[in-house]
Design a protein around this ligand. Structure first.
Ligand SMILES: Nc1ncnc2c1ncn2[C@@H]1O[C@H](COP(=O)(O)OP(=O)(O)O)[C@@H](O)[C@H]1O
Ligand SMILES: O=P(O)(O)O[C@H]1O[C@H](CO)[C@@H](O[C@H]2O[C@H](CO)[C@@H](O)[C@H](O)[C@H]2O)[C@H](O)[C@H]1O
Length: 586
């Protein structure tokens, strides 16, 4: 393996002999080569790392050779990886926070990365600093006191007082980055795979705070790396925001509801309200634009390219390609008909795991505005139709229905249909464009999201592949549709019950595609009753007194798709259930 230590020299080494050492990186390479690929946040799994390049190194706490105190080293390193013939090799940049200790206490043994056999850290133990509460406390101190350290700059909102000495703990959920909770007051997200430019997870919550949108925790402090010497933008590296204690995430709540066969329409409708409020606030404070024919054609062409690329990587998708493309062609045709769509900044990766419901009021918040981690930052920051978020959330209800204990049985699929409808209704009631008025857009974005999910699952969680593949099967068969619900749904934690409906705005008709099953209102024994009020933090409250739903005999579709080891859907769903439990979100 090459260890090209061709540092892009933002090391700030003058008074730091450790950082000046030419073999700093090369001495760490054997350790990192073994440790980095095992980390959840490493996005390049399955491809060989061929070398590391040091982008910058900052000593946040001196790494002394004597005594019993730890040092803290922040590194930005590029991991070079090979690529299939004809493709550009990847060289993603990652943020590492390394503890350095001459003799670490036994409690840090699980955090150990190794002991370099040479170089400036020779004989000392290097370990994952985010598993050391003491070093996490130091990071909080840095964020409390804005200023520069080496290549890093720390910022704090002037009106925020951040308490010192709060106990730190890493969060125990599956995530793309790494987060530390301080007391029950703050949560710091340390971005792992980074790219130059402001991260939308800082940019959007700050912009929303400016217009007093209380649906999103407002950043209190953050840190970034200087722009490279050759110009460019600073890179967001971490954001501290208020922790919402006792809240439960929407994914867990949905699975809890499914486990006890409880209605979720009230919660979904309230979540639709929250989503629309956030979209309205984003459109108010950040640039918007209109997408006309050329832009819609470009968007449709990109979707088709992603489909083709994904089908090359995941052959199970091949048989569906032609029929899925029809959804993208229909989107392009919308522009050719002279119609246009408003575009604005959006969440970009909205799913149930990005929503938190407070224990006391049942009020929904949205988190994690980073966008889809696999897409380039520039693309994630572009204005897009707000309904793209809505389509993504609809996919999430489908995921839940296929991942819960009842894993894709007819009752769960009917639960998903009603929940999706309630969410769309809530969204339109609170001022969002009615998703039912934009069938081409919704279908194209749902298809695009399902394709994204196929690749995401193939790369990250192969056990889950059957979940998006079942949607691919339905979308290709033209079986996804949004329809009017069956009467009023219960509203839980809804703050804007008076939100004016804009249903129907924008024209168009609901997606009406042929499908085996028909309307299902009569199959619901509880007739669209409200979700249980007062659902507790763990969501089990949904069960008490919540409506019980009978399965629809007409919805016994068992998804089949060729090329998959699991062609029944139900087996796949149980695979997903196992994973859901394993990742702490199920
Ligand atoms: N403000 C918050 N209050 C409470 N929990 C939070 C907050 N922000 C994030 N979390 C928890 O941390 C998890 C990971 O956060 P997220 O922003 O989704 O990280 P990632 O981008 O790494 O996936 C969330 O699923 C949620 O459980
Ligand atoms: O949470 P992240 O921002 O890292 O988003 C990525 O991981 C998500 C899974 O954790 C993934 O979401 C997919 O699985 C969810 C269930 O775990 C489901 O609710 C979503 O609808 C589905 O897309 C997300 O796509 C990915 O970007």
């Amino acid at each position: 393996m090459s260890d090209t230590a061709s540092t892009r020299a933002t090391r700030h080494t003058s008074d730091r002999p450790l950082l000046a050492a030419p073999d700093l990186l090369s001495s760490l390479v054997p350790l990192l080569a073994a440790w980095v690929p095992r980390q959840r946040w490493f996005a390049g799994k399955g491809r060989l790392i061929t070398g590391f390049t040091l982008v910058s190194a900052t000593e946040l706490l001196p790494c002394t050779t004597d005594g019993s105190t730890p040092g803290l080293l922040q590194l930005l390193v590029r991991a070079q990886q090979n690529a299939p013939a004809g493709r550009t090799p990847a060289a993603d940049c990652y943020q590492l926070l390394l503890g350095v200790h001459p003799a670490p206490p036994p409690r840090l043994a699980p955090a150990a990365i190794g002991r370099p056999s040479g170089g400036p850290l020779r004989g000392r133990t290097v370990y994952d600093a985010l598993l050391d509460s003491r070093l996490c406390g130091l990071l909080l101190e840095r964020l409390r006191t804005p200023g520069r350290i080496g290549a890093l700059r720390f910022y704090r909102e002037p009106d925020r007082d951040i308490a010192s000495g709060l106990p730190a703990r890493p969060i125990a959920v599956e995530q793309s980055n790494s987060s530390i909770v301080y007391g029950d007051t703050y949560i710091l997200k340390v971005f792992r795979r980074i790219a130059p430019g402001i991260n939308p997870d800082l940019e959007l919550p700050r912009a929303l705070a400016d217009v007093n949108c209380a649906r999103v925790p407002a950043p209190a402090a953050w840190y970034e790396a200087d722009a490279a010497d050759d110009g460019g933008e600073a890179t967001t590296l971490g954001v501290l925001q208020p922790f919402l204690p006792g809240s439960a995430d929407g994914w867990q709540l949905a699975l809890n509801a499914l486990a006890v066969r409880a209605d979720f329409t009230g919660s979904a409708r309230a979540l639709g309200h929250a989503t629309a409020e956030v979209h309205t606030a984003l459109a108010e404070t950040l640039p918007t634009t209109a997408l006309h024919s050329p832009q819609l054609e470009t968007i449709a062409a990109r979707m088709a390219e992603r489909l083709d690329a994904t089908a090359r990587a995941v052959p199970a998708l091949q048989p569906y390609r032609a029929r899925l493309r029809a959804a993208f062609d229909a989107l392009a045709a919308v522009g050719q008909d002279g119609r246009s769509w408003a575009a604005q900044r959006i969440h970009g990766d909205l799913h149930l795991g990005q929503t938190l419901r407070s224990a006391e009021e049942g009020r929904w918040s949205l988190i994690d505005f980073e966008g889809e981690p696999a897409r380039p930052l520039g693309e994630r920051r572009r204005p897009q139709p707000a309904l793209r978020d809505v389509a993504a959330m609809l996919r999430s209800f489908d995921y839940a229905a296929r991942s819960g204990p009842s894993g894709g049985d007819p009752w769960s699929l009917e639960w998903a249909r009603r929940t999706r409808d309630a969410y769309c209704r809530g969204y339109a009631e609170a001022g969002g464009l009615d998703p039912r008025s934009a069938p081409e857009l919704m279908r194209a974005y749902e298809t695009d999201k399902a394709v994204y999910e196929v690749l995401y699952e193939a790369r990250h969680r192969p056990d889950w592949l059957s979940v998006p593949m079942a949607a691919i099967h339905r979308l290709a068969a033209g079986e996804e549709r949004l329809e009017d619900g069956d009467g009023p749904v219960g509203v839980e934690g809804m703050e804007r019950a008076d939100g004016a409906s804009r249903s129907g705005r924008g024209g168009g008709e609901a997606v009406r595609a042929p499908r085996g099953g028909g309307g299902t209102g009569s199959a619901w024994t509880a007739g669209g009753g409200g979700a249980g009020r007062g659902g507790g933090p763990a969501g089990a409250g949904q069960s008490a007194g919540a409506s019980r739903l009978a399965p629809s005999p007409r919805l016994s579709d068992s998804p089949r798709y060729s090329g998959s080891p699991d062609s029944t859907g139900s087996t796949g769903a149980s695979g997903a259930t196992r994973s859901a439990r394993a990742d702490g979100r199920g």
